[in-house]
Design a protein around this ligand. Structure first.
Ligand code: PEP
Ligand code: MN
Length: 241
């Protein structure tokens, strides 16, 4: 694949890319407090989920478009770039309308070729230039992950990265999603110039595992991290652990 760098102007080339921010945008106050704290720590790229794919109905499903106005405010007040998850054509339209800099495709969406194709077509119609980050599918299927990357690539996108967020298993477990490092390693072998970002938050599912997972990623030459962060994690509306 003929890929371009996913690094945005002002983001250093000689250090890992770090994306940080809450699982979900909850309120304007929560988002601004978290963003300012991260910006003071030197973060350049802020994440927040606006539409949340929840396993069961009744959980917090995200604030929707209102949160995109808050992300615009984060950009204006902190100068950070902003990133959010898109899963449908409408999400892509709304996110681009609100000048979101980086879009990512969530693990559940990557499993669905119809959804990925719809996103790819919309990105191309709206001439979004990226970056677009593609999470691994929830099931350990490398071909499905590569297929999603190819669909986005075929839409004309060249600033593409992959996010390793682990794989679902049933039953009691140490990790929320098992890493299966061999899968991203094989992805990198097949597409050597594809930037690889670790999501230790969704692999570990708890704070205590963030450091060691992140270190392991750098030992394996990953290009960056996406880490869930909140000004008051214990009060987070999703993924507070
Ligand atoms: C997220 O990053 O907010 C998210 C929903 O993660 P995943 O798609 O990896 O479950
Ligand atoms: Mn989360």
């Amino acid at each position: 694949m003929n890929l371009d760098s996913i690094l945005l102007p002002g983001i250093a080339h000689n250090e890992p890319l770090v994306i940080a921010g809450p699982c979900s945008a909850e309120t304007e106050e929560q988002l601004m407090l978290t963003a300012h704290q991260l910006s003071h720590k030197g973060m350049k790229l802020f994440r927040a989920g606006i539409w949340k794919p929840r396993t069961k109905p009744g959980g917090f499903e995200g604030v929707g478009e209102e949160g995109l106005f808050w992300l615009e405010k984060v950009k204006k007040e902190t100068g950070m770039y902003v990133a959010t998850e898109v899963a449908t054509q409408n999400h892509v339209i709304e996110a681009i309308k609100h000048k979101i800099d980086v879009l990512w495709i969530g693990a559940r969406t990557t499993t669905n070729p119809f959804a990925v194709q719809e996103i790819a077509d919309t990105l191309s119609q709206l001439k979004f230039s990226g970056p677009v980050l593609i999470k691994n599918p929830v099931n350990p299927d490398l071909e499905l992950w590569i297929g999603a990357i190819e669909r986005i690539y075929n839409s004309g996108m060249r600033k593409i990265g992959a996010i390793h967020r682990g794989f679902s298993i049933y039953g009691r477990k140490e990790y929320r999603n098992i890493p299966q490092w061999n899968i991203p390693i094989e992805l990198k072998r097949q597409i050597p110039n594809l930037p690889l970002i670790l999501d230790p938050s969704h692999i570990g599912g708890k704070k205590e595992l963030i450091y060691s997972l992140s270190q392991q990623a750098f030992d394996l030459n990953y290009d960056g991290l996406i880490i869930e962060s909140h000004y008051d994690p214990d009060s987070a509306w999703s993924d507070k652990e």
